[in-house]
Write a protein that binds this ligand. Structure first.
Ligand code: F6R
Length: 263
């Protein structure tokens, strides 16, 4: 696990973009697969990736995108659906064609229909060869994707009830908490762990406790993001405020300086 602590959110986004590019550029096949997160955390990262496209460092025109999650019960054309959010915040910024964007289907008429679509989503990820780089944020309660505390560390894409904390945190995107959906479909922790590289970005003091629990706490369903401890290629990009709860800070800073060539 690599923990990079930047002075401010803009530099954390630049670190995260470098980690995404490094993960994608080492993929040999042409059509890379990128896992996309919604929310505020990755916006600077998407802007940095857009700048990399403008410089000619990367091209997302043949990349396949897979969303982490989608609300249940709001249509894909709703302005707060995660499909629309990703089209606006990610696809249009980095030049990933809308037709290449895959999002879990939360519109099935029955629980069984949504579950069948969730199973098909995992199967599609596997069929395209797996996700090369998965971008992640973290909830203030330690969720990744919408895997709320108590989620099995082996879970697959499935229906989840959103925690009250998550609905309160996301009320800013809706006209009041009563309009925030109560359920979603999310990639499971077992699903997202299969991505070749995970890049998590977190900024701001509201994330400090969750970040500390994820990186330095016990591996536990109580902090779903602690599942990252099991992954062999994770880069966590923080600003000072999000890193404030870390005890092992000196080690992360020294490690970020790289391997001394004189040894
Ligand atoms: C988003 C997602 C969530 C968010 C998390 C942080 O697709 O799955 O895990 O990454 O809730 O949200 P922000 O970045 O808005 O604080």
């Amino acid at each position: 696990m690599e923990v990079l602590i930047a002075a401010n959110p803009a530099s954390a986004a630049a670190h995260a973009a470098s980690a995404v590019l490094e993960g994608l550029l080492r993929v040999k096949r042409r059509d890379t697969v990128l896992g996309l997160a919604t929310g505020s955390s990755p916006l600077g990262l998407y802007a940095e990736l857009g700048a990399a496209v403008a410089r000619g460092d990367i091209d997302f025109s043949t990349t396949l995108g897979f969303a982490l999650d989608e609300y249940i019960g709001i249509s894909p054309s709703h302005r707060q659906s995660y499909r629309q959010t990703l089209i606006n915040d990610a696809c249009s910024v980095i030049g990933l064609p809308e037709s290449n964007l895959n999002v879990p289907d939360g519109m099935g008429a029955t629980r069984a229909a949504i579950t069948a679509a969730a199973d098909a989503y995992d199967a599609k990820i596997a069929a395209v060869g797996g996700i090369d780089v998965q971008i992640l944020g973290i909830g203030s309660n330690g969720h990744v994707g919408f895997n709320e505390p108590g989620s099995s560390l082996a879970s697959r894409t499935r229906i989840m009830r959103l925690a009250n904390q998550t609905r309160a945190d996301n009320a800013r995107f809706f006209d009041g908490i009563e309009h925030v959906p109560t359920h979603c479909v999310t990639q499971g922790l077992g699903t997202l762990r299969e991505a070749r590289r995970l890049v998590l970005i977190a900024t701001g003091s509201a994330k400090a406790a969750a970040v500390a629990a994820a990186i330095e706490g016990p591996l536990s369903a109580s902090c779903p993001a602690s599942v990252l401890q099991l992954h062999p290629d994770v880069v966590i990009c923080l600003d000072e405020a999000a890193a404030a709860g870390l005890l092992n800070r000196e080690y992360y800073d020294a490690s970020a300086l790289g391997f001394p060539v004189t040894v």
